[in-house]
Design a protein around this ligand. Structure first.
Ligand code: TYM
Length: 336
């Protein structure tokens, strides 16, 4: 009997620096899961160009994101790491999913609304059908689980709908219905300047986020400047509820120290933010410092990262091609 290790797929866009949000919401969880699942991690360059990217910057960011994954502890010997554009089956399945997903479904996607902003007519059509490509990324490997941050939940619900509709339309039981894996104390890391907005690589304010490339002094400065309120740190989670900035910093502290938010509140409850912020800066630098250093080393050794991506793409092509063939067969494409 063959034992089947369940398969995870996840991705990060190379559209800017990796942030603390990417690390705590996603990459750290991937590291924790990589031994228990067959793991495929992708630098999603096709997704990145839904908003124009300078080609040279995109090339560097692709290497940097791959280096960031490896520096964070993703083991290229255990997992497949590659960049999306090198495996054509993603785009090929995405076309089929463009024909399965309904326009009404895409119209409900909040990320499109946020990213397109007021100028929807001026957004690329790629940005609009982006979730179909995301569903294809996952389904082209028949992945069963997808570890992501909270913000990707709606896209994964759409992925389930697409898989279900494909199975129904063609009368097959082909695609698995994926399970999101969203866990940890910081599933939604918020901006350091506004506790109601997500920490994001595209926020114009550098002070809103911690980048994995930031050094100790920059991290300390950003945390010192982080917005808080004038109340002391509470002792219970209920009292944190309407204090988004305080809650965010507590969650970040908890996630970085592998503790619960309640535990952190118990330690700092009743105190002002000054000591807490000093400790948080220290903690952040001690967790992120070694990752940043390793990432820099890896980025200097371009050929090492390029080789990992090359081998990863090769493996991903080998995995995806037979699945695409089956899909073409189900859909009725005559194959020569
Ligand atoms: P992206 O590049 O925006 O983010 C990559 C991962 O980081 C998580 N994340 C966060 N988690 C917590 N707090 C935050 N502030 C934060 N910011 C980002 C995201 O949830 C994500 O897990 N569409 C995806 C990339 C993608 C993908 C896929 C993911 C393409 N195909 C297939 C999973 C499966 C995206 O734009 O992620």
């Amino acid at each position: 009997m063959t034992t089947f290790k369940q398969r995870i797929f996840s991705g990060v866009q190379p559209s800017g620096n990796l942030t603390l949000g990417n690390y705590l919401g996603a990459i750290r969880n991937w590291v924790a899961l990589q031994k228990s699942y067959e793991s495929i991690f992708c630098v999603v360059d096709l997704h990145a160009i839904t908003v124009w990217q300078d080609p040279e910057v995109l090339r560097n960011a692709t290497r940097e994101v791959a280096a960031g994954m490896i520096a964070s502890g993703i083991d290229p010997k255990e997992c497949i790491i590659f960049n999306q554009s090198q495996v054509p089956a993603h785009a090929e399945l995405a076309w089929i999913f463009n024909c399965v997903a309904r326009i009404g479904w895409l119209n409900r996607m909040t990320q499109f609304k946020e990213k397109a902003g007021k100028n929807r007519e001026g957004a690329s059509s790629g940005l609009y059908v982006y979730p179909n490509l995301m569903a294809a990324d996952i389904m082209i490997y028949k992945a069963t689980h997808v570890p992501v941050g909270e913000d990707q939940k709606q896209h994964l619900e759409l992925t389930r709908d697409i898989a279900q509709k494909f199975n129904n339309d063609y009368g097959v039981d082909f695609f698995p219905i994926v399970e999101p894996l969203i866990f940890g104390e910081a599933t939604r890391v918020m901006s350091l300047r506004d506790g109601t907005a997500k920490m994001s690589k595209s926020d114009p304010s550098e002070n809103s986020r911690i980048n994995l490339t930031d050094d100790r002094d920059v991290i300390a400065k950003k945390i010192r400047k982080a917005k808080t309120d004038s109340e002391p740190i509470p002792e219970t989670l209920t009292e944190l509820k309407d204090r988004p900035e305080a809650q965010n910093l507590i969650n970040i502290f908890a996630a970085l120290s592998d503790r619960t938010a309640l535990d952190v509140c118990t330690q700092y409850g009743g105190m002002g933010f000054a000591t807490f912020k000093n400790d948080l800066a220290e903690l952040s630098a001690s967790v992120l410092g070694p990752i940043t250093e390793e990432m820099k080393k890896l980025c200097d050794e371009r050929s090492y990262v390029d080789q990992i991506l090359k081998e990863g793409s090769q493996k991903a092509r080998e995995m995806s091609e037979p699945i695409l063939k089956d899909i073409y067969n189900i859909v009725g494409f005559l194959q020569s």
